[in-house]
Design a binder for this molecule. Structure first.
Ligand SMILES: Nc1ncnc2c1ncn2[C@@H]1O[C@H](COP(=O)(O)OP(=O)(O)OP(=O)(O)O)[C@@H](O)[C@H]1O
Ligand SMILES: [Mg+2]
Length: 781
């Protein structure tokens, strides 16, 4: 029991009866679970076979098993450490026949689920354009999480039209899955609860097996998981749950914080242990976490302390845009590692997966080994691959793979059998698939598909026309999204997942727009090549000493010496959706997420944001995140900066309301075009917002604030003239751009193939471009 404090020790030694460990981040909850497993085995003589430890993710399960192995060695492999889902699969593999399923059942992934519902909608003659499959699936999943059967669902929703329809779909869906001997993800737990409910002998078998049950991250369990744990524990009541109400961050997935808050009601004899000493983070980081979470109402008050000393102060940086933010982060990583830090000690955390794109690219450019966790590599995501496949087909249609990928995406009634027939014809006549499609009337045996294929060919020809007329790439991009119906389909779905896909597509669009800005004569082929290079180098060796990139959600339970929380801006974090939500808890959930993010850091925490950022295809100025403002300025290394930033933003907000005679200018575009796409997405009600509460940042930049030497932007320090080779200008020089007019070079960075030059234009806007494309002329002023 070495290495535990008194409270932790007490919790470990509690053997019989319910136990709740309610404690803040980094206080050793997970450590208590692992030590308790060891204690039960080594000291009490419990058979490891009788111990069950449930974790939230497979990664956490693997880590816990490692930790237990380290403590007890022999026998630890017989402890059942698993997630809810894998536990349930094992139970069902043994007993699903009791539910009328064979034990060799299949598990449906979301694509399988979707096609099942699609078929049902067809049979029921429900129009999926009006009522998308995903809407039904989301509702069905919700019902299952609450352990509501199709029959109950129908009874509960007899008056609402859409819901009665959903009830029918739900019922048909379950019949279908049973016919095909399949479970979906939610079923795995639902069906085990059902199994236990109707088969007391099976339940008792598992109760006897799992005499000691431990659940980590209990605050993020949902109702059905609660029910299952309750069933399993009801005989011996040796249930130990650990969690932190301040870290409940999965409400959108049905997690029910009341599971932890009501534990004492459910088990009145429960022993409750609170842990308040934090062993993870230094004092300054902890103080920041405490200060932020304090702003949430309706929480159990607890404050963490540490005896580690204050440690290093926090660092906050506001950069001009997201590229500069990423540059700064990368520069700091280089500095840290030059001073002895390992890459694996560093984590970059962000609110949404889309933010990983620029950070990842900058790391690639500077040759820093890293891995993006959670979600796929940006360019491996389905929606990104789909849109890229369209672009590739428009660019060059000889590769059948991409054509096959999109020919029926979104669905346009061209099935595999048809494509195979055309492909056979093409092969026999030594043509590409596209060539055969262009003479589709000559392909035998297609009947009604002929018309469908012709209109698809027309669609692609239309896109080619855009390129031939030398319209901007972003126009082509938008037309693809619109004319194919790809975007509309996602908007109609209106699920968390489809919104995330839209966000990713938006992020790809940002990339297109930026590319256009950087390379005036950008062609589609150039763009495709550029992306191919990034995604190739992205797939690097499997060395573990890598910088880790993940969402804050994905970082739950983990810890890293150096943490960068990126994109700390209003409407990014907290998200626009939370800010605009009617649900008061939405903002509090964001704040809990921020608390999770801050408390991942052990030694040093960096917080950063961008003054303006490309979002949904247009540049917007976002205020510094409210969470930054909730952290006392004294905790920052650069506290002067913080106070100044906050004051400035408040002044500007004030100025915008018109009270101070509009010192900073009142309106205006920041010099970046606003796409129509932007306005359109906001109609989905997804919380995208096009309004920019602040005046043009470029005007605001001219405000007469005095900058002391220590707070000068980095490029201001050394306006060194960097003249090399073809460049006849350097940092600090005045230049002229054909399209954007006159400006000042603020930064010149040597990239892989070119120089990246940043220019502050007089008309407003800072642009980054590649020197060879920008064709800047030096002005003799
Ligand atoms: N008594 C202790 N002495 C020394 N180190 C400890 C002690 N208790 C915990 N730690 C260390 O503190 C860190 C945080 O512990 P742990 O991950 O168990 O916390 P947690 O409460 O589960 O955190 P989270 O809420 O983030 O899941 C770990 O590195 C752990 O090894
Ligand atoms: Mg933990």
């Amino acid at each position: 029991m070495a290495g535990l404090n008194d409270m932790q020790d007490l919790a470990c030694r509690h053997v019989d009866g319910p136990l709740l460990i309610l404690a803040g981040a980094g206080s050793g909850k997970t450590r208590v679970i692992t030590h308790r497993v060891a204690y039960l085995m080594d000291e009490i003589g419990v058979n490891p076979y009788n111990i069950l430890a449930i974790t939230f993710t497979n990664k956490a399960a693997a880590e816990m098993r490692d930790r237990v192995n380290n403590i007890v060695g022999e026998g630890a492999e017989r402890v059942w450490v698993s997630t809810f889902h894998s536990l349930c699969v094992r139970i069902l593999r043994r007993f699903s026949d009791r539910l009328g399923y064979a034990t060799n059942f299949n598990i449906y992934d979301s694509d399988d689920q979707k096609s099942a519902v699609k078929n049902i909608l067809k049979e029921l003659k429900i129009d999926p354009k009006k009522y998308p499959e995903k809407m039904f699936l989301a509702e069905i999943s919700n019902a299952k999480e609450r352990y509501i059967s199709p029959d109950q669902y129908a009874k509960m929703n007899a008056t609402d039209f859409v819901k009665t329809q959903t009830a029918t779909v739900y019922s048909e869906y379950m019949k279908r899955l049973r016919k095909f001997n399949a479970f979906d993800f939610d079923d795995l737990i639902y069906k085990v609860v059902e199994l236990f409910e109707h088969n007391p002998d099976v339940l008792e078998l598992y109760q006897d097996r799992f005499r000691y049950i431990m659940v980590d991250e209990y605050q993020d369990t949902n109702h059905i998981q609660f029910l299952m744990v309750k069933q399993l524990a009801s005989k011996y009541r040796n249930l130990c749950v650990v969690g932190d109400d301040d870290q409940s961050i999965y409400k959108f997935r049905g997690a029910n914080i009341t599971n932890i808050l009501n534990f004492e009601k459910e088990y009145p004899d429960a022993k409750v242990v609170k842990l308040e000493q934090n062993y993870r983070s230094c004092g300054n980081i902890l103080a920041a976490a405490n200060a932020v979470i304090k702003h949430n109402e309706g929480r159990k008050d607890k404050a963490l302390w540490t005896d580690q000393g204050d440690g290093e102060k926090l660092v906050f940086n506001q950069s001009e845009d997201e590229y500069m933010e990423a540059d700064r982060v990368v520069n700091e990583i280089i500095r840290l590692t030059a001073n002895g830090a390992q890459y694996k000690d560093i984590a970059l955390l962000y609110r949404t997966n889309a933010q990983s794109r620029i950070l990842g690219e900058k790391l690639v450019m500077r040759g820093i080994p890293h891995r993006v966790y959670g979600g796929q590599n940006f360019y491996e995501r389905k929606e990104i691959k789909d849109i890229m496949a369209y672009l590739k087909v428009v660019n060059n249609s000889t590769d059948d793979t991409y054509l096959r990928r999109i020919i029926n995406v979104p669905k346009r009634g061209i099935g595999d059998a048809t494509v195979d027939k055309v492909a056979a014809f093409a092969a026999a006549n030594d043509m590409t698939l596209m060539e055969a499609m262009q003479i589709i009337e000559q392909v035998p045996g297609l009947q009604r598909s002929v018309a469908k294929i012709s209109s698809f060919v027309e669609l692609i020809d239309g896109f080619r026309g855009i390129i031939e007329e030398q319209e901007p790439l972003s126009t082509l991009f938008d037309r693809i999204l619109e004319d194919t119906g790809y975007e509309d389909e996602l908007i109609a779905e209106h699920t968390d997942e489809s919104m995330a896909r839209l966000e990713n597509i938006d992020e790809l669009r940002n990339r297109v727009v930026q590319f256009e800005t950087d390379y005036e004569e950008a062609t589609l082929a150039d763009f495709l090549e550029d992306i191919a290079l990034v995604s190739e180098t992205d797939k690097m060796s499997d060395d573990d000493n890598m910088v880790k990139l993940m969402t804050i959600h994905g970082s739950k339970g983990l810890e890293f010496p150096y943490v960068f929380l990126c994109g700390m801006e209003e409407r990014i974090f907290p998200s626009a959706m939370a800010i605009n939500s009617d649900d008061e808890d939405a903002l509090e959930e964001e704040r809990r997420l921020c608390y999770v993010g801050i408390t991942r850091a052990m030694k040093k925490l960096y917080l950063s944001c961008a003054r303006n950022r490309m979002l949904h295809g247009s540049r917007n100025c976002n205020d510094i995140s409210r969470f930054i403002k909730e952290i006392p300025p004294l905790l920052f290394q650069n506290s002067g900066d913080i106070t100044r930033h906050v004051k400035r933003m408040e002044e500007r907000q004030f100025a915008d309301t018109g009270y101070t005679g509009n010192r900073y200018g009142s309106s205006g575009q920041s010099g970046y075009g606003k796409g129509s796409y932007h306005g359109k997405s906001s109609q989905t009600g997804s919380g995208y917002s096009s309004s920019n509460p602040y005046s043009s940042y470029s005007k605001a930049k001219k405000e007469p604030i005095s900058i002391t030497p220590s707070t000068k932007p980095s490029f201001g320090k050394e306006f060194t003239v960097n003249r090399e080779l073809v460049l006849d200008y350097g940092e600090g020089d005045r230049v002229r751009h054909m399209k954007f007019g006159n400006g000042t070079v603020t930064q010149l960075v040597k990239g892989g193939r070119d120089y990246e030059v940043t220019v502050d234009f007089d008309r407003g806007g800072t642009r980054k471009m590649f020197a060879s494309f920008a064709k800047l002329k030096r002005l003799e002023e």
